[in-house]
Design a protein around this ligand. Structure first.
Ligand code: AMP
Ligand code: MG
Length: 402
């Protein structure tokens, strides 16, 4: 059985990243993955300008005890002011170009204007209140690396550099299918032995949150012919993701059908929850994940394997699981052997430390535990658990609930 790291590495190695690129306007680029490094088209600031509403001057003109200069002219935003005459001062506004001949701005609150003259305070320092050309970035500087998933801040930056269209990878297309004779859609009455389906919804939504175009393939019965009929004809997808039927039970046919129609690259990973998991390739460009049916296993394996695969498909950085240090809030003993992800409640204590408390109800069917879960404590294969106060590694799930 592969370790978590081996399985993740194997998936990334076998993955066939996207080669299709399209260009989108800034307004439609949020959440898309950049397909080529983006460089600044202008200097920022594009010209030296004033950081304040005030008066521009050459600081040397205030030397020798001079504190009064005649006021001549004005520089407003959008102006191209001419040169400033030696020994004068010019009215200037925030963001307006500094006139040639000036090297300093004094804010208006610090001066007195008397008739056509401006009285400056003592101690005016040369170079104050200026935003200098290119102090932020220069033409040609890299603004955004290939593979970056565009956030609002990135787009504001690109816009400020005059970039209007962005090359991005085409969206991945995914088909999501739940398998199981017992599954019923919410809203329908439950018969004996039946349960409400939840994995397909979670998988569809998690994919959408990663920018994937999804197709809801519905629920299929535990029937080889039905599975073959659906999965055998699913061309044109970059990812086909199923839940359930990936284990070793008599009715766990998903892996068998994937083996017929594709190439299985790995099966079973030494993790808890989520051991039965298959990944492989379909046709020219497709990949499949057969995720376990237990709801918590399905969520955890999505985070551990599907998410990095989707990121890698988009040429984004994906080889490290995000994790940080925390302090255990309680004790947990366990049998070493697998890498385990323990559902936990993270909070910040009075000392500002992140405390991770393992929640009761860690069975992989116990989705109710998610009510309080906002992170996972990661236990290494050989870890016997932890005691309150121990250092642990956590993977955040929803930091807004910290
Ligand atoms: P399986 O992986 O098919 O053996 O399923 C393992 C457990 O997860 C069983 O208790 C199933 O009833 C349950 N399960 C399977 N698929 C789903 C699903 N889509 N939603 C909720 N529970 C499921
Ligand atoms: Mg099943």
């Amino acid at each position: 059985m592969l370790s978590l790291e081996e399985a993740r590495a194997a998936i990334l190695e076998r993955l066939r990243p996207c080669s299709g690129i399209e260009e989108v306007p800034l307004r439609q680029a949020l959440g898309r993955f950049v397909a080529a490094e983006l460089k600044a088209r202008v200097d920022n600031p594009a010209f030296t300008n004033s950081a304040m509403d005030g008066y521009a001057l050459a600081a040397a003109d205030l030397a020798d005890g001079h504190s009064v200069l005649p006021l001549e002219g004005e520089s407003r935003c959008g102006d191209a002011p001419g040169a400033m005459a030696r020994g004068t001062t010019m009215r200037i506004f925030t963001g307006a170009p500094l006139p040639e001949g000036a090297d300093t701005v004094v804010m208006q609150e610090d001066v007195r204007v008397e008739g056509g003259r401006v009285v400056f305070p003592a101690g005016v320092r040369q170079g104050r209140n200026l935003r200098r050309r290119a102090e932020d970035f220069r033409v040609g500087d890299s603004l955004c690396a290939r593979g970056r998933r565009l956030a609002v801040y990135d787009l504001a930056l690109l816009s400020s550099s005059g970039i209007d269209r962005i090359p991005v990878y085409r969206r991945a297309r995914a088909l999501v299918v739940a398998t199981g004779d017992e599954l019923v859609a919410p809203g329908m009455p439950l018969g004996p032995g039946q349960i409400y389906e939840s994995n397909r919804l979670a998988t569809l939504l998690q994919l959408e949150a990663l920018g994937v175009e999804v197709v809801d393939g519905g629920t299929v019965r535990d029937d080889a012919a039905a599975l073959r009929a659906l999965l055998g004809n699913c061309t044109g997808y970059d990812f086909v993701i199923t839940s359930g039927g990936a284990s070793v039970g008599d009715h766990d046919l998903v892996r068998q059908v994937f083996a017929e129609i594709g190439e299985i690259d790995l099966w079973r990973v030494r993790i808890k929850p989520g051991k039965p998991l298959a990944f492989g390739r379909l046709g020219e460009q497709g990949h499949f994940f057969a995720l376990p049916g237990n709801p918590v296993s399905s969520l955890v394996t999505f985070k551990l394997f599907v998410e990095p695969a989707v990121l890698a498909w988009n040429h984004a950085q994906s080889d490290n699981l995000p994790g940080f240090g925390a302090v255990a809030g309680n004790d947990l003993r366990r049998q070493p052997g697998r890498t385990e992800f323990v559902r936990a409640k993270l909070h910040i204590d009075v000392a500002g430390r992140i405390v991770a408390t393992a929640l009761p109800g860690q069975g992989s069917h116990q989705i109710g535990t998610l009510r309080d879960t906002n992170g996972l404590i990661r236990l290494a294969d050989d870890s016997p658990g932890f005691a309150a106060g121990d250092a642990v590694t956590v993977i955040p799930l929803s930091l807004d609930r910290l």
